[in-house]
Design a protein around this ligand. Sequence first.
Ligand code: OAD
Length: 328
Amino acid sequence: MDEKLQKLAAVLKRDSVSVTFFVGAGISTSCGIPDFRSPKTGLYSNLKKLNLPYPEAVFDIDYFRKSPKAFYTLADELYPGKFVPSKFHYFVRLCQDKKKLKRCYTQNIDTLERIAGVRDEYVVEAHGSFAKNHCIDCDWEMETSELKRQMKSQIPTCAKCKGYVKPDIVFFGEALPAKFFDLWDEDSSSKTDLAIVAGTSLAVYPFAGLPAEVSTKATRVLINREKCGDFERNPRKSDVLLLESCDLVVEKLVQLLGWEKELDSLVKEGERALKENALYVHPTEKDLEEKVKKEAEAIAKVEREEEKKENQQIDELTETLQNIKVKD
Ligand code: OAD
């Protein structure tokens, strides 16, 4: 592995290098979140208590329509806010800080890329996230605080049509977000030097098909406990296979790159934030737009009130002056 890592480090050290990540549940297992398909520890082998017809039914939209309880039993366990990013997540963040990150395509719904500080323009949550919630019938949006409140005692229900509400994570039978298709259209036809695929069994399409579409000019790297997908079926001569734990590979890589101190301080920052219950999530573009709109509305309100006050003062002054004139 050392020789392969040195080769990888040499490419990463280049100033203009452009890196695209394709990641899955394996980058979050060290944070305490189980992956899906690992035998024994994976989520799908531990769902007996939910009495499902087949394990994936827990994320199936038709099954949810009939029996939403199974998903909500699990949602409570998986809900973001309790987990800190892994070294691998912070490595993606470091690539961003060093202007080497082109994009991070993730199948994960834990938002740990954002918590690690990867900005909205770089993250593509192909399977959605817990950031927003909508009614499955009329698309009405429910505030997250309300969803969490209702989750404690019932299945969250739409205030308008009484349909079930679920977080915007993509279920089997639902479309992937437009951002996924739009950005992949753009990214697959522009330059990437390194395509790093990590912590995924490449079992769920269309995501699983992306590594096969990466330009042959790019070097593909697989960091995973096992060989999978296109790396197994159609290997390329230039592929680099690092069949190890994601965090271990990152530990060794940052040593070769001289990034250890920066990685350490990010990891410590995350641990501190969790202790202080202050995990910061980078806002989405829509959140930022809403924030700017609200701020503009607040400023306009203050300006209207000030104008009203000024007009009142002018009226009072005019009246006083007229009274003085009348007396004269
Ligand atoms: P999987 O559980 O299918 O695959 C995780 C992969 O990561 C496996 O190959 C593991 O061997 C590997 N792995 C686990 N821990 C690791 C570690 N610490 N270091 C290196 N490798 C590790 O998870 P995904 O591929 O992400 O979709 O699953 C894809 C989709 O299937 C999910 O997004 C989810 C699921 O059904 C939906 O819910 C729509």
